[in-house]
Design a protein around this ligand. Structure first.
Ligand code: CMP
Length: 137
């Protein structure tokens, strides 16, 4: 079993898409180990995305991620990291495969509905950034 970290981003929460995204997650066989809705501060968004701090889109990305609530999730299944990335689809929805969450719901490359860890080391940083051990059931 493997765990990964996911976010349902502000563009999706604003459009009342939490339930539709969760349905796809559960239908694909992920177990929801941890879940909470929260409002990120600008500093919390910057800390989460620090690996992108030199990118030209960093400022806009942190403004977007802190403009309204998100849902953060810890997901578990075999091959969870790769399988969640497959279910999300490409970062840019214009390049996403049919049937993926970003193809169906994402607005553009920035407001792309969901986030997922890209590697085990990333998941090992991202899960405890948001969840304590007691919150992972
Ligand atoms: P995510 O998977 O959360 O990882 C980093 C985020 O930065 C990405 O999804 C997008 O929301 C955003 N992002 C990545 N590339 C770009 C880009 N070229 N322009 C704007 N935002 C981007």
């Amino acid at each position: 079993m493997e765990r990964t970290f996911a976010i349902i981003k502000p563009d999706a929460v604003e459009r009342n898409l939490i339930g539709k995204v969760l349905d796809k997650i559960e239908t694909a066989g992920f177990r929801i180990v941890g879940m909470k809705k929260m409002q990120l501060s600008r500093a919390q968004a910057e800390g989460f995305y620090y690996v992108h701090k030199e990118r030209p889109f960093f400022g806009d990305l942190c403004s977007f991620m802190s403009r309204s609530p998100v849902v953060v999730l810890c997901l578990e299944k075999e091959n969870a990291i790769a399988d969640w990335r497959t279910l999300m689809g490409a970062t840019n929805p214009a390049n996403a495969e049919a049937g993926t969450i970003r193809k169906e719901f994402a607005k553009n490359i920035e407001e792309n509905t969901v986030h997922g860890s890209d590697a085990p080391e990333t998941a090992a940083f991202e899960i405890p950034y948001f969840f304590s051990a007691l919150e992972l059931a």
